[in-house]
Design a protein around this ligand. Sequence first.
Ligand SMILES: Cc1ncc(COP(=O)(O)O)c(C=O)c1O
Length: 368
Amino acid sequence: MAHTDHHIQSPIGPRVTIDSREVDYFCGTGYLCLQSHPEVIRAAGDVLQKYGLSTAASRGGFGEHPVYDELEKQACRYFDTEKALFFPSGYMGMSILLQTETTANDHIFIDSGAHYSLWDAAQTSTKVTTVFRHRSPGDLAEKIRAGLQPGERPLVISDAVFPVSGEIAPLPDYLSIIEPYHGRIFLDDAHGAGVLGEHGRGILDHYNLISEDVKTSGTLAKALGGYGGIITGPAEWIDRVDQSSGVVTGASPLPLVTAAASAKALEIARTNPVLRETLRVNIKMARDGLRSAGWDLEDTPVPIICLPSRKNFSPGVVCSRLIEHGIAVDHVRNYTSTPAGGALRVAVCALHSADQITRLVDALSDSA
Ligand SMILES: Cc1ncc(COP(=O)(O)O)c(C=O)c1O
């Protein structure tokens, strides 16, 4: 995504100030609007006052801290898991999984529309890598059939939810393809964690799946309202990942201030399921409204709505027109998963009012 000249001058939420003007905000990834929650801000402020910004020590040194203990406790409760591992950015999640969880015979199959972080991770893993067509189980099956060498085992890597197109990876199809080969699937759940599934735990929750063959990494920086990458699972496994990852061992741990904010945001997300329910209602209202106005959209629980460029619809022109009408949406040209020619990316959040969604739908109706 190119940098823009626009500046946000307020906390993020359903309405923000951009370039000194208040607008309805349908951008970004703060789907539960927790980043600006007063309790999250207070938690960060209290820890900043009490302990300063960070420990400036690795957790293997004197870097252990009650703030990290609280973050781990909240993450385990949220994800209903034994243990959680944190690292400085969700971008590193796939690198950590590939660094710690692959063996010599893994052959990576990567979705052609995968996020930058997956391409970097695959490249640095130095494993044999084959690209399969975006979200195509048929092409994946074909590529495995044609490309897997004797003794190799397939390792499929993909975004769980694609950041611009908003599409969900067809995980059950992938699982049935890799099963006969005893393969595995690693998913980057950056946009699913906090949103998808009954408990908002992400893609596995969405498909109601428990599988030893699927590993996910996530981020606290989007729906979950904080900052930092996260991998959760059984204690024994997390300990192994922790001890064998160069990134986890060698990078400074999360700043205490963001760890404290993340812990509070996770607690709020878990104890206020109404936030997720409202988000779901808002997503449905926006998708149904745009469909009624003539847009071809799937009925999914993803807060990212993608309106691709086509004849008589120029995302750049419409984006500028909308901002004139007091509505901010993203015009995306070249981020991963962006359709050819660019798209308008509309992000729905839990705190949008019905009036705001109606205004958005009305403003986009004559473009459908
Ligand atoms: C699919 C995907 N994975 C990973 C990331 C990076 O996560 P983080 O911002 O926590 O580094 C992003 C975007 O930020 C993303 O869209």
